[in-house]
Design a protein around this ligand. Structure first.
Ligand SMILES: Cc1ncc(COP(=O)(O)O)c(C=O)c1O
Length: 390
């Protein structure tokens, strides 16, 4: 296949060997004319799919009005984005700092934890968690230290505990712990949802020790779980919540959302960012947030999720995990064998750090017919893992 030359690019991504040239709704089209239903959403970013009318209108209108201004000046659309996010977040989380990515959001949230606890030295994180590739976020990302964390040391002590193990949680978190960071639904791990009881235990242990509970909803937030934020499914309120990916529907944006009490510890210069909170991102954040509150999108997430669970345990799929439209299909063979065969059948899906879990992170506008097409494609895959794909 003819693709654009990659000679000037750093060789850091595994590629699927296709060039996507356009998208519309949940469909993407490749340069050689293949059309795929996008169950991957560009790493879970295309929250409202492609060419969504509300996003296109917000983008055009804001571009005409004011393309960029810094945080040193008041910009009305930034205040509207803050208000919209505070309206979506769990009760009590109503202070917002806008940045440009998930890692940057986590980096700043961890910084806020150490501003609150200047004497503490440790962060507790969960096995399998992914929080980003910057110094602090990478330090609490599972496996990073042995694999791709190239810094000579971590900025704080890191203790990694097994998922769902309350005894390990209670043993690890103490008066040295500034924060416990976790994804309520672990995305890259393969859509591993943490039990509500475990999330409540994290809240309890954090309250008992003063450690801050940092919920990383970079991937599972903004409606993907079927609630605006996944912690709301468990009725738990963290001290800090981060989100990014679909936050601005594809425009780079991240957010730290926290309490008035923690915000009161910050002073001028505690945090900073040049592009974060830029008017274009803010217009899109507001549009995405309003789409979640003004339409039946969350109901659609829950309905499509149920349909996926009910109909997609076919072919190589032996189980379904996760919530909403962050679902992992556990397969009886490595997904590396399955993904190309699905693309041949018109389905673009993703993998995860679990070689047997196929990750679905489609746009939340997914329709019943798309789920039917996925179920048909999965059923159509040959039984024999070694048989050539038809
Ligand atoms: C849960 C979670 N946190 C943080 C990140 C890092 O986000 P970014 O790549 O925008 O820095 C990711 C990215 O996949 C993620 O899934």
């Amino acid at each position: 296949m003819e693709t654009t030359t990659l000679e000037h690019e750093l060789p850091v991504y595994a590629r699927i060997g296709a060039e996507i040239v356009s998208g519309d709704g949940v469909m993407v089209e490749t340069k050689d004319g293949q059309r795929w239903i996008d169950f991957y959403g560009g790493h879970a970013v295309a929250l409202l799919g492609y060419r969504h009318p509300r996003l296109m209108a917000a983008l055009r209108e804001q571009a005409e009005r004011l393309f960029f201004q810094t945080n040193a000046v008041d910009v009305e659309v930034r205040q509207r984005a803050h208000t919209a996010l505070a309206g979506l977040a769990p009760e009590g989380l109503d202070r917002v700092f806008l940045v440009n990515s998930g890692a940057e959001a986590n980096e700043n949230a961890l910084r806020i934890a150490f501003v609150q606890h200047p004497g503490r030295t440790q962060v507790v994180c969960l096995a399998g968690g992914f929080h980003g590739r910057t110094a602090a976020a990478g330090a609490v990302t599972a496996g990073a230290l042995g694999r791709w964390y190239a810094f000579p040391r971590t900025p704080f002590d890191v203790v990694t505990i097994p998922v769902g193990d309350e005894a390990a949680l209670r043993a690890a978190v103490g008066v040295q712990t500034a924060a416990v960071i976790l994804e309520p639904i672990q995305g890259i791990a393969g859509c591993v949802d943490l039990e509500p009881a475990y999330l409540r235990a994290v809240r309890e242990v954090a309250d008992a020790t003063g450690a801050l509970f940092l919920a990383d909803e970079v991937q599972c937030g903004m409606g993907r779980s079927g609630a605006a934020f996944a912690v709301q499914l468990a009725g738990v309120v963290p001290d800090l919540l981060t989100t990014a990916k679909g936050l601005a529907g594809g425009f780079p944006a991240g957010a730290v959302i926290t309490t008035a009490q923690l915000a009161s510890k910050l002073t001028i210069g505690s945090l900073g960012t040049t592009f974060g909170g830029g008017p274009m991102a803010c217009a899109l954040i507001e549009a995405v947030a309003h789409e979640l509150t003004d339409t039946d999108l969350l109901a659609n997430v829950r309905a499509r999720s149920e349909q996926l669970r009910a109909t997609c345990q076919v072919g190589p799929v032996v189980g379904v995990q996760g919530q909403g439209l962050l679902l992992g299909l556990r397969c009886n063979r490595p997904v590396a064998q399955i993904l190309p065969a699905l693309r041949e059948r018109g389905i673009l899906a993703g993998g995860s750090s679990d070689p047997h879990v196929l990750r679905l992170t489609p746009p939340l506008i997914l329709e019943a017919c798309h789920v039917e097409a996925l179920a048909a494609a999965l059923s159509d895959l040959p039984e024999d893992p070694h048989a050539p794909m038809a």
